[in-house]
Design a protein around this ligand. Structure first.
Ligand code: SF4
Length: 214
């Protein structure tokens, strides 16, 4: 029985890998929006295909565009530090962006670019099917939570959509510009860590009523 479950899981992982590899291959030549004509590299995503946590940013920057890998610039290095400080395991995390090609001059992606790229993000989320999604910044929050979301107002508050627990927080690039955002991001990441531990059964289940004191 155990071997059967193991084989099923293994098979599922292989299929997931194939689906995402095919999509990644297809997007290398994507010209569904104008960003396809200015990019150096399409930046698909990185991490575990069976991740419990998915971090979703806005779009690739210059370093990501040059290397074809998400979150490798200064903001990415800061994200590494944030993940380490929250004691979250990289081997259970996947990171990507709303748009897969760099907007020139690091501007925000335009609505038509977001719309064109949305189906690909949707496919990544569908295949990986994380339990927790961390939206890094306003754009990811507007795409995944609500078009009316405002990051300063909505960050730090869980949103449940289907089986997904979604936490909006500031993008690491915003922290590089404004140090005062470090504290709120730390608080949000503590919530993510606690939820992760709860999902993994690493936190004791809360009991109610509490045991009477002796
Ligand atoms: S940003 Fe997305 S939709 Fe636009 S060209 Fe790149 S992969 Fe295609």
């Amino acid at each position: 029985m155990r071997a059967e479950i193991y084989n099923k899981k293994k098979k599922k992982k292989v299929v997931m890998k194939m689906v995402l590899a095919e999509l990644e291959q297809k997007l290398q030549h994507c010209d569904s929006c104008p960003l396809g004509t200015t990019r150096k590299h399409m930046v698909f995503g990185k991490g575990s295909l069976s991740a419990t946590i998915m971090f979703i940013g806005e779009g690739p920057g210059a370093d990501e565009d040059a290397q074809g890998i998400p979150f490798v610039g200064r903001a990415g290095q800061l994200l590494d530090k944030i993940v380490a400080a929250a004691e979250l395991p990289w081997d259970d995390i996947y990171v990507c962006n709303v748009v897969k090609c760099r907007p020139p001059g690091n501007r925000l992606p335009l609505p038509n670019e977001v719309e064109a790229c949305k189906p690909f993000l949707r496919e990544q989320v569908r295949v990986i099917h994380p339990k927790i999604i961390v939206c890094l910044g306003a754009l990811a929050t507007q795409v995944l939570v609500s078009p009316n979301a405002r990051i300063t107002r909505d960050r730090g508050q869980w949103v449940t959509k289907g089986s997904f627990r979604i936490m909006p927080t500031f993008h690491p690039a915003a922290l590089l510009r404004d140090e005062s955002k470090k504290r709120p991001v730390w608080e949000d990441m503590q919530q993510v860590r606690d939820e992760y531990r709860r999902i993994k059964g690493l936190l004791p289940k809360q009991t109610w009523p509490p045991p009477e004191e002796e």
